[in-house]
Design a protein around this ligand. Structure first.
Ligand SMILES: Cc1cc2nc3c(=O)[nH]c(=O)nc-3n(C[C@H](O)[C@H](O)[C@H](O)COP(=O)(O)O)c2cc1C
Length: 177
C-alpha cells in the first residue's frame, strides 16, 4: 500500500515535517509512506492551467498514484498555511480532474500552542469534503505542544503520541484497502 504524506510547512525544522517523517517508522506492515515536496510548486494561476507547471503536474500524479493521503498541517492564524492551500488548489484542477476525489485522507497537525491545530484541521476538513475526499473522522490528531513531544533533533519521543499515531495508521490502512 502506497501512502503519500504532505507537510504543510516548508520550514527546515518544521514539526509537521518531522511528524510525517516519524510516521515512516510507525507504518504498519505492507504500508510505505513517501513524503511529497510542496516547495517547488508555484503559486496557482488559472492562466497556467493551459500548460500545468511540472511541479504541480508531478504533485497531482503522486496523489493519483497513492492509495491514501496523509496531511500534517500547521495552524497559521487559525487556518491552514497558504502553501498547503496552494498545493490543494493545483491538485483540484483542471475542473473535473480533482486528484483528491474519493481518496482516503488522514489528517493531523502539531502546533506549539495548546489547542494543537484543531481550528486549522476543521478548515481543512471543510475544503477536502468539498473535494469529495474520503476524510477519516476518527481518530482526530491534534498534537502538541510540539516541544513536549519532540526532542531537539526533531525526533518524536512521546510514547503515547507514537501509539496513537500507529493506531491511526491502522485505520488509514483499513480505509485505503
Ligand atoms: C504565520 C503564523 C501564524 C501562526 N498561527 C498560529 C495559530 O493560529 N495557532 C497556533 O497554534 N499556532 C500558530 N502559529 C505557530 C505555529 O504553531 C508554529 O510556528 C509551528 O511550529 C508551525 O509548524 P511547523 O513547525 O511545522 O513549521 C503560527 C505561526 C506562524 C508562522
Amino acid at each position: 500500500m502506497n501512502i503519500v504524506a504532505i507537510s504543510g510547512s516548508l520550514r527546515k525544522n518544521s514539526f509537521n515535517t518531522a511528524l510525517v517523517r516519524s510516521l515512516q517508522a510507525l507504518a504498519p506492515e505492507g504500508m510505505t509512506i513517501s513524503i511529497a515536496d510542496l516547495s517547488t510548486i508555484p503559486l496557482y494561476n488559472q492562466d497556467d492551467e493551459i500548460e500545468f507547471p511540472a511541479a504541480a503536474k508531478a504533485f497531482k500524479a503522486t496523489l493519483e498514484a497513492a492509495d491514501g493521503i496523509i496531511i500534517a498541517t500547521p495552524e497559521y492564524n487559525r487556518s491552514i498555511p497558504g502553501v498547503l492551500n496552494n498545493a490543494i488548489d493545483w491538485a483540484s484542477r483542471p475542473y473535473g480532474k480533482n486528484s483528491f476525489a474519493r481518496k482516503p485522507v488522514l489528517l493531523m497537525g502539531v502546533s506549539v500552542g495548546k489547542i494543537g491545530t484543531a481550528v486549522a484541521q476543521s478548515h481543512l476538513r471543510h475544503i477536502l469534503s468539498y473535494l469529495d475526499a474520503n476524510v477519516i473522522g476518527q481518530p482526530e490528531l491534534y498534537l502538541g505542544p510540539a516541544h513536549d513531544i519532540f526532542d531537539e533533533e526533531g525526533n518524536l519521543t512521546d510514547t503515547s503520541t507514537k501509539d496513537y499515531l500507529a493506531k491511526a495508521l491502522e485505520t488509514l490502512k483499513s480505509r485505503a484497502a
